[in-house]
Ligand binder design. Structure first.
Ligand code: NAD
Length: 508
């Protein structure tokens, strides 16, 4: 099977938009270069879509919604069943392209696609989620029932770090609920979403249900300001999430904005040391640390864990980055040179702030790839809350180690941190785990698990500065986000209707 759109991009060097059911080249004169992060080779040019293209996308999505909302949910999910089958059949092909444009290892790219497919599978059960509630005789002879119905044109704005999974958190569920959708993926890796969109069309969904618009801040703001876009799902960095939430809600839209993070792993003295060490390596450096749920701070509790730092150092020192296709590589390059330079600067400034830099990956090289955005595994010990490496989301393969005497101190530290995306505790004590789970003010907690990203039938429940809004991504909360509830009160008695006007609020 050929990837028509990928072949077309390879031939003409332009990433297409998908408007009104057609892949089209943008008429813009403004293009962003897409580079391979391991080599800097130019993969393609990404259009900054014009206002007219954005308007056509919204018009088409509006028209599609009018008909789609009348399609019974049971019929809507038949398209989704077909879509998940196609995604599974093409998982490897998608992962190859994803790995080329992000630099992720192939295995990690497969995981990125897979966790998105799981959300589509969840969406296949939408018939049950779209059920309302009923109650008989809520007042004498009066019954109540409620319906769940779609809201219209929804939009999604996604980050670079999970180009398959995060878009798939959004439009499959929004569409299964009966909405149409405009997707503005990251301009740093849009090819994956072109493939996802091509398969969406192949699954037979009616035209106009999904529109793919490329660009940057300008297209995001156009979405946030457009009166016909009813709800916006955003995932990205904290400053942009704040902007999206403020501007979207200012324009009276529904907005859910998932943002950045600083995730702590609490290590109790009774934890299994080998398990702790390998979990820290994978969760701090997997995907080059470019995960919102990466563990970036290890909090070692008690004196007896002090010398575990040597084991962590040895284990981190044993892994290395490399280009996709290099089987010995634990992870790939950073997404672009700017990110690499930023992380480099943070690492090189850490010693001056008083951190012990036990591993410095800022100048690492990878044989055969002199131009890749490489950062080697990096380890800071004796980090304090005043340091930049603690206060900023590094988003690179770097781990901060801190030491505290008690679990209470660890909880205080985590709760004082402004982020609340994820955290974990490693211990053999049920009591310590229960205390941590109960007292920590973080939205997602792992117990002897490093990266507690919930399965799609739950929701992704980051909190504090890691999330702005109230209804979270995927799971039941996403169904509520993408729908409205209508409640009907009815009375059908043939007699026994009270005479005269009811001048009160009570039901009779
Ligand atoms: P980003 O905020 O730079 O970009 C996200 C999206 O916003 C992109 O589509 C981009 O084009 C757009 N954008 C960028 N600048 C903008 C601006 N000034 N105004 C309007 N739109 C703008 O994020 P990124 O670097 O692509 O992704 C990494 C960030 O995303 C990290 O902070 C990471 O923690 C976070 N993230 C969070 C979650 C979560 O679920 N909480 C998941 C993945 C990533």
């Amino acid at each position: 099977m050929t990837d028509k759109q990928i072949d077309r991009i390879r031939a003409n060097g332009k990433v297409p938009l998908f408007i009104d059911g057609e892949f089209v080249d943008s008429t813009t004169s403004d293009w962003i270069e897409l580079n391979n992060p391991a080599t800097q080779e130019v993969i393609a040019q990404v259009p900054v879509a014009t206002d007219d293209e954005m308007q056509r996308a919204v018009e088409s999505a509006k028209a599609a919604f009018k008909e789609w909302r009348d399609v019974p949910t049971v019929e809507r999910v038949r398209y989704l069943f077909k879509y998940q089958t196609l995604l599974k059949e093409r998982q490897e092909d998608i992962a190859k392209v994803l790995s080329e444009e992000t630099g992720k290892t192939f295995a990690d790219a497969m995981g990125d696609v897979w966790r998105g497919i799981e959300v589509v599978e969840h969406g296949c059960g939408m018939t049950t989620h779209m059920m309302g509630e009923t109650a008989e005789n809520v007042a004498r002879n009066i019954d109540t029932h409620s319906y769940v119905h779609p809201i219209g044109v929804c939009a999604g704005i996604t980050p670079f770090n999970f180009p398959a999974m995060i878009p798939l958190w959004m439009y499959p569920l929004a569409v299964a609920c009966g909405n149409s959708f405009i997707l503005k993926p990251s301009e740093q890796d849009p090819l994956t979403t072109v493939m996802l969109t091509e398969l969406f069309a192949e699954a037979g969904f009616p035209k106009g249900l999904l529109q793919l618009i490329h660009g940057d801040k300008r297209q995001v703001d156009a979405i946030l300001d457009h009166p016909d876009v009813k709800a916006v799902s955003f995932v990205g960095s904290v400053p942009v999430a704040e902007h999206v939430y403020r501007r979207g809600t200012q324009n009276l839209k529904r907005v859910q904005a998932m943002a950045g993070a600083k995730n702590h792993m609490i290590v109790m003295p009774d934890a299994d040391k080998d398990q702790v060490v390998s979990s820290l390596v994978g969760s701090s450096c997997g995907a080059a640390g470019q995960r919102c749920m990466a563990i970036s701070v290890a909090v070692l509790v008690g004196e007896s864990t002090r010398d575990w730092v040597d084991d962590i150092k040895n284990a981190l020192g044993a892994i290395r980055p490399g280009a996709p296709g290099d089987d010995g590589a634990a992870y790939g390059p950073l997404i672009n040179k700017k990110s690499r330079d930023r992380v480099r600067e943070l690492i090189q400034g850490a010693a001056a702030e008083g951190a012990d830099v036990l591993l410095d990956g800022s100048e690492v090289t990878v044989e055969g790839y002199p131009d890749g955005n490489w950062i080697g595994p990096t380890l800071f010990d004796n980090v304090t809350t005043e340091m930049k490496v603690y206060n900023e989301e590094i988003f690179g393969p770097a781990l901060c180690v801190m030491h505290v005497d008690t679990l209470e101190e660890a909880i205080e530290l985590v709760n004082a941190n402004p982020y609340g995306n994820g955290t974990s505790i490693y211990t053999k004590s049920g009591a310590a785990a229960r205390k941590y789970q109960y007292e920590t003010e973080v939205g997602q907690v792992g117990i002897n698990l490093p990266i507690p990203v919930p399965a799609p039938f739950f929701s992704f429940t980051g909190s504090k500065n890691s999330f702005f809004g109230d209804l979270h991504a995927y799971g039941k909360q996403a169904v509520r986000f993408y729908t409205e509830t209508k409640t009907v009160l009815s009375r059908w008695p043939e007699d026994d209707v009270p005479d005269g006007p009811n001048m009160t609020i009570s039901m009779r």
